[in-house]
Every structure is written in structure tokens, then in C-alpha cells.
Design a protein around this ligand. Sequence first.
Ligand code: GLP
Length: 241
Amino acid sequence: MEWIVVRDYDAMSEEAARRIIERMKAQPDLVLGLATGSTPVGTYRRLVDAFRRGEISFARVRTVNLDEYVGLAPDHPQSYARFMREQLFDHVDLPADAWDIPRGTAADLEAECARYEAHIRELGGIDLQLLGIGTNGHIGFNEPGTPFEARTHVVALTASTREANARFFERPEDVPTHAVTMGLGTILEAREILLLASGPSKREAIRRLYHEGPSPDLPASALKHHPRVTVIVDEAAAADI
Ligand code: GLP
């Protein structure tokens, strides 16, 4: 794992965007794995700016996302599909059929997980996967205890994850109880991974990721088995490393 500590959220976003832009220029048909949450918002804003400056194009890019809430339709204001359209897809030249996000309203969720895995395989795998990290060390929605080899699956969200994400919903009880997430095994197959973390709420997860060996107690530690991971953290998140 390569560790890069930068000053603050903006510097983290700048560094992440710079690396993604570089990869997109080198490989215009990049398969990009994307993440949701507040962490990548600044990175997406910079990608949109780079597109508007004519520096990059998404015309040949294909994207997949890590996860989606069960029960939220793609146009639901808190769905990750809607988030991605608002933060990135609607502002760039990514073709309408070039992105995929697990469908949280699929009647048969098991079949949806299998479809998603097959789609990633058809794309030839993920070239560059962007990740945030949950306060309990989850990546995607792979909660503590998830086996490292898990494929895309349905998960029950922990109380702490539902609490952490309640800020996006009107009432805490509106936070869905389940999600579909790419598995750790799926994520580990990405050829390159960028994990971002910012702010004091991530300090403990980052301390453990830095100091502890791989263990399912800390899902992000699965990344220690991967040969090309860069962690970009700001000083507040890196305070204990
Ligand atoms: C959610 C998402 C994760 C994300 C995490 C952290 O649980 N499923 O992919 O990394 O939140 O979110 P934030 O970036 O808002 O701190």
C-alpha cells in the first residue's frame, strides 16, 4: 500500500482527481469503479471541471459503482444512482448506457448480484476502483465480518453505518436496512485501487488500516493483499498513523 498524506479535503480531492485524469488520458476506454458518499464529491467536481476544460472525455469510459440501497429506485433522491447522476454523470459526456449500478429494486436480488458480476466480467474487469471508507472500516457496504473472497451480495447494514448515513435522509428510520454491494473479492480484482479518507471521523479506521494486519474485522484491510493500492488521506484522518 502506498500512503499519501495531504493537508485537507481539497488537497485529497485534487490528488485523487489528478491521478484519475492521468489514467483517463492514458486509456480513454478506462473501466472506472466509482464510489458514493461525501468523500469523492470534491474529486467528481474536479473531473467535471477537467471535462469542461476539454482535458478529458468520458465518451469511451465505462463505469460501475460499488453499491446501492435495497428498496430505493434509481430516481429516489437518496439512491446512489441519483447521487452519481447529480455529482458526475449528468455533467459529462458519459453515454447513458455506459454506467451500471446495482438495482436495489430488482425483484430477484440474487439474480441482480449475478448480473452485476457478469457485467463486470464482460467489461474485462475494473481498471481503477475509487473507494471511500466507513467509520467501521467498511468498503462499499462490506461490513466487518465479510469474508475477503465475497462476490456481489446483499448485506444487512450495521446500526453504525445506518447512523453514519442518516444525515442524507429526512428521518433516521428512512435509512434502508439492506444494500447490494460489490464483494471484497470483486473489489480486489480491480487492477488498481485508490482509497480516500478525510476528516476526524475516519481517524480510527485509518489508524487500524495503517497499523493492523489483514482481518475481516476491518474490511478495508483486505486491500493489503492487493499489489496496487494508493491511500490518500488528509491530516485529520491520518492523525494516528
Ligand atoms: C457509505 C458507502 C461507502 C462510503 C462510506 C463513507 O457507507 N457505501 O462506499 O465509503 O459511506 O461515506 P462518506 O464518504 O460519506 O464518509
